[in-house]
Design a protein around this ligand. Structure first.
Ligand SMILES: Cc1cc2nc3c(=O)[nH]c(=O)nc-3n(C[C@H](O)[C@H](O)[C@H](O)COP(=O)(O)OP(=O)(O)OC[C@H]3O[C@@H](n4cnc5c(N)ncnc54)[C@H](O)[C@@H]3O)c2cc1C
Length: 457
């Protein structure tokens, strides 16, 4: 079968357009679908769905492939890469952005910044808006605004029957509820509408210290984090940056400990005081090797975490931790700290609580996180042996943190589809499945359902 003859849109392996459509940020999980396409319009999405349905193939969807390793491998399926035309449009008065699927966060931030508005974006501008937001989304503003999924106001999608629907709280409350954090498998999203919030004073950046100070710094940060105000959302990590030209000289080829994040407040004085309360005690422990924390424009938030621009072969792990406190410092640093032999480039904690635990209004099925920290650790797998070593080390970290591991995850943070994890309880998962059965009775999108949604309690 030459797929190109049957449908001008679809490409089989080796055909023109296949490499672009299957390109993924996380190159460790290159998809191998039967055919693939890049859809720029709703009509092209419809054609691709029809193509799959007519041939008894499943449908997998992606945008940037940042989450490629978290998705099930593609088998007997058509892969649709969404790169929908149109660009970001704003209604600054209503504080809503409409974002076509395939758009990356940097485009949203570029559009909102001139209006003094921001969205609940993540730490990297290269991440796609749709996958991030519908799978939870931990934002550097997260303790103030909650999970990004809660800021989704409407979802436009093409469902298995070829219908293009705009789903919101009024038009189909059940599907709207399931779409926000339910784990996918409902259709091909073509755009989402997001709530924006006014952004005034932003203090952001990262400070890096020698890895030898990690014990004291982590202990001090945990003490601060215990009752930190919601205007601050920070993360701490042990970094083992490679010695390459893109990495600042102070950090290259050594183990460091970093604290990065955002303090955001309407009142500059409150923001400054909060940043001083966070950073003062840490700077007193030792002078940072590099310190970029400062009052800045909102788009600087996308640079603070120093995420890679990719693509890269990433292998990692993620857990939501609870009751994690000073007793956990030694067990954690034993496996990720200086001298531990950790092959992870970065490993550490994001601060939860605040609006993550107590959202202002109920949202979708995943609208809150009650754990106190999110752990993530990952490294670069140059070859299969390195990937195996990374997976073995991730298992070691998992076992060291078993006492604090809730067994829950945020789907947007999952790095490996095969890991043991879930994000819904059994009742929620069953309710989401009932919505899927109504919307996709033929299970066309079966392989697009997040593996985290199907594990039982
Ligand atoms: C460098 C880096 C930084 C990151 N920072 C953060 C962060 O700060 N906070 C955070 O929460 N996460 C973060 N992530 C994780 C990221 O949010 C997830 O990988 C997310 O899946 C990315 O969404 P995407 O659409 O870009 O990825 P993709 O891999 O393209 O998509 C992931 C999944 O989303 C779904 N999806 C994507 N597009 C569509 C569509 N059009 N229709 C229907 N379903 C779709 C599919 O189920 C797909 O499998 C980061 C990842 C990386 C690599």
């Amino acid at each position: 079968m030459t797929i190109a003859d049957n449908s001008p849109l679809m490409a089989a392996p080796g055909e023109s357009g296949f490499a672009t459509a299957t390109h993924v940020f996380n190159s460790v999980a290159a998809p191998e679908p039967t055919a693939a396409t890049t859809a720029r319009t709703v009509e092209q999405v419809r054609t691709a769905i029809r193509y799959a349905r007519d041939r008894g193939l499943g449908v997998r969807v992606h945008s940037t492939g940042h989450g490629a390793a978290a998705a099930r491998p593609v088998r007997d399926a058509v892969l649709i890469r969404t790169a929908i035309d149109g660009g970001v449009t704003l209604d600054p008065r209503a504080r809503i952005a409409r974002v076509p699927a395939g758009t990356r966060w940097e485009a949203v931030v570029r559009a909102t910044e001139p209006h003094g508005l921001a969205a609940a974006h993540g730490s990297s501008g290269t991440v796609g808006v749709v996958g991030y937001a519908l799978q939870g989304g931990l934002s550097p503003y997260g303790r103030l605004v909650g999970l990004a999924a809660n800021s989704v106001r409407a979802v436009e999608l093409v469902t298995a029957d070829g219908q293009h629907r705009r789903v919101d709280a009024g038009s189909d409350p059940e599907l709207f509820w399931a779409l926000r954090g339910g784990g996918g498998g409902f259709g091909v999203v073509t755009a989402i509408e997001l709530d924006l919030f006014p952004v005034t004073t932003v203090i952001t950046g990262a400070a890096y210290w020698p890895g030898s100070l990690a014990d004291r710094l982590l202990t001090a940060w945990l003490a601060w984090a215990q009752d930190a105000p919601d205007i601050a959302t920070t993360s701490v990590r042990v970094m083992n940056f490679p010695d390459v030209p893109e990495v600042p000289r102070e950090l290259a080829g050594r183990t460091t400990f970093t604290v990065d994040g955002v303090v955001h407040a309407d009142d500059p004085e409150s923001a400054r005081r909060c940043a001083d309360d966070l950073l003062g005690p840490l700077r007193a422990i030792g002078p940072p090797l590099l310190d970029t924390w400062q009052k800045d424009v909102p788009s600087a938030v996308l640079r603070a975490h120093m995420d890679p621009e990719g693509p890269l072969p990433i292998v990692g792990d993620h857990m939501l931790l609870d009751e994690f406190d000073a007793h956990a410092v030694a067990p954690l640093l034993d496996v990720i700290g200086e001298g531990s032999g950790s092959p992870l480039v970065g490993a550490g904690l994001r601060q939860l609580g605040g609006a993550y635990a107590a959202p202002r209004a109920p949202g979708g099925v995943l609208d809150r996180l009650t754990a106190n920290y999110s752990y993530a650790g990952s490294g670069l797998a140059a070859d299969p042996d390195a990937a195996a070593a990374l997976r073995a080390h991730c298992a070691k970290v998992r076992s060291a943190l078993a006492r604090w591991n809730t067994g829950r995850v945020v789907p947007s943070f999952v790095e490996d589809f095969a890991q043991d994890h879930r994000h819904l309880d059994a009742r929620q998962a069953a309710a989401v499945d009932r919505v899927r059965a109504r919307i996709d009775p033929g299970r066309l999108f079966r392989d697009d359902v997040s593996p985290t949604d199907t594990r039982q309690e």
